[in-house]
Ligand binder design. Structure first.
Ligand code: NDP
Length: 274
């Protein structure tokens, strides 16, 4: 039950009813004994700015932002973290002292999932990213900080991969190509395309998968995703889906808001089993 001391948070998107974020944050709050409420907010496309004005007026302390409002949130923020600035998108807003502070926790969520939950060390590894949309842009900065040996972005539309490369090229010598140009195996392949949402596979040559390659699909589902199924048929080293990324990005948002870092294992197991 909310009382006047209960800090209000939520997640904004359209659609939003499918979101696992309320369940994740409520579990974090119970675990860390934080007095918060966290609700889903359905906002019509075009109404994001008004919705944020209303949140602030009604005492909401912060919101997570999901499809299709991450760029609107980036534009609306009066202050941006460095990682949000580079990501070009915001998934976590905090309302404090008259400022709208925007951050992006997706990239650190992916890196923490791979490092902490799956023991993957990026240092010295050959990394391939598939796709050049918002999700890939969001993870590039945090991956670069882990010092991989190389970073390749492959995308159906080559110009989009090249645009991403230009944003980060001063920090890291990223290469970009089309799928048909890929001709060697990688240590880690991250599927950041939305192809899995339609049970489709980007047209990647099988040569990219070796016996120790880790495949990471940013999409998650109860069944093995199309991309991970493809990797298993090729005897890839291991396949992981994006559920852990979802939980870890939420944990980072919770930390930004509450200054307490929740333990993520139990939440992950609960979601995986339901
Ligand atoms: P965008 O719409 O911004 O980008 C989509 C990308 O997918 C583009 O590069 C597009 O290529 C490519 N693509 C789409 N369909 C195909 C296809 N059939 N074959 C090859 N390439 C294709 O989406 P986002 O970047 O926002 O999201 C991408 C994925 O990441 C989604 O599945 C989303 O659910 C997931 N995600 C997961 C998160 C998590 O916490 N687990 C967090 C954020 C995202 P082109 O440029 O040529 O059109």
């Amino acid at each position: 039950m909310d009382n006047t001391n209960t800090a209000k948070y939520g997640v904004v998107g359209n659609p939003i009813s499918h979101s696992k974020s309320p369940s994740i944050h409520q579990t974090f709050a119970l675990q860390t004994k934080q007095d918060i409420s966290y609700k889903p907010f359905l906002v019509a496309v075009g109404d994001f700015e008004q919705a944020v004005t209303d949140f602030i007026a009604s005492g909401v302390s912060g919101v997570n932002v999901t499809v299709p409002f991450k760029e609107d949130a980036w534009n609306l923020a009066t202050k941006l973290s460095t990682r949000a600035l580079l990501a070009g998108a915001v998934n976590t807003l905090s309302f404090k002292d008259g400022e709208i502070f925007g951050d992006n926790t997706d990239g650190i969520g992916l890196v923490r999932d791979l490092k902490n939950n799956h023991g993957f060390d990026f240092a010295g590894k050959k990394v391939l990213l598939l796709g050049a949309g918002g999700a890939v842009r969001g993870v590039l900065g945090p991956i670069i900080q882990e010092n991989p040996a190389s970073l390749t972005i492959a995308n159906r539309t080559l110009s989009k991969a090249e645009q991403l490369k230009q944003i980060f090229v001063s920090d890291f010598a990223i290469s970009s190509c089309k799928y048909c140009d890929l001709d060697s195996s990688y240590d880690l392949i991250i599927n950041g395309t939305s192809a899995s949402l339609n049970n489709e596979l980007p047209p990647i040559p099988e040569v990219v998968v070796g016996s120790s390659t880790v495949l990471y699909d940013m999409m998650y589902s109860q069944q093995t995703t199309t991309f991970n199924h493809w990797g298993q048929n090729l005897n890839a080293g291991s396949t992981i889906d994006g559920l852990g990324m979802l939980v870890e990005q939420a944990a980072e948002a919770f930390y930004i808001w509450r200054g307490v870092r929740p333990v993520t294992d139990d939440v992950f197991t609960k979601l995986r089993n339901h």
